[in-house]
Design a protein around this ligand. Structure first.
Ligand code: ZN
Length: 76
């Protein structure tokens, strides 16, 4: 277990009830949201899981990257 660079937790292959987390349980970023133990408290928050299915690890980061003012949507 560790911490992703965007601040969300990274958990092993077992999720709620100790069941193996499958990719279909996770979103494209290999994460999802449910109650987890965090800092000794049970909180519902987004987190990643590492499991035995491709891509095995975090597919992307959910944390909002720093946005540059004025560089948003809109086109040319
Ligand atoms: Zn989970």
């Amino acid at each position: 277990m560790g911490y992703a660079i965007d601040g969300f937790g990274i958990f092993g292959p077992r999720g709620e009830d100790g069941k193996i987390v499958r990719n279909r349980d996770l979103d494209v970023c290999h994460g999802h949201t449910h109650a987890i133990m965090w800092d000794g408290k049970k909180v519902v928050m987004y987190h990643y899981h590492l499991n035995g299915e491709y891509p095995y690890s975090i597919g992307c980061f959910r944390g909002k990257p720093v946005t540059v003012p004025g560089a948003g949507h809109g086109g040319h």
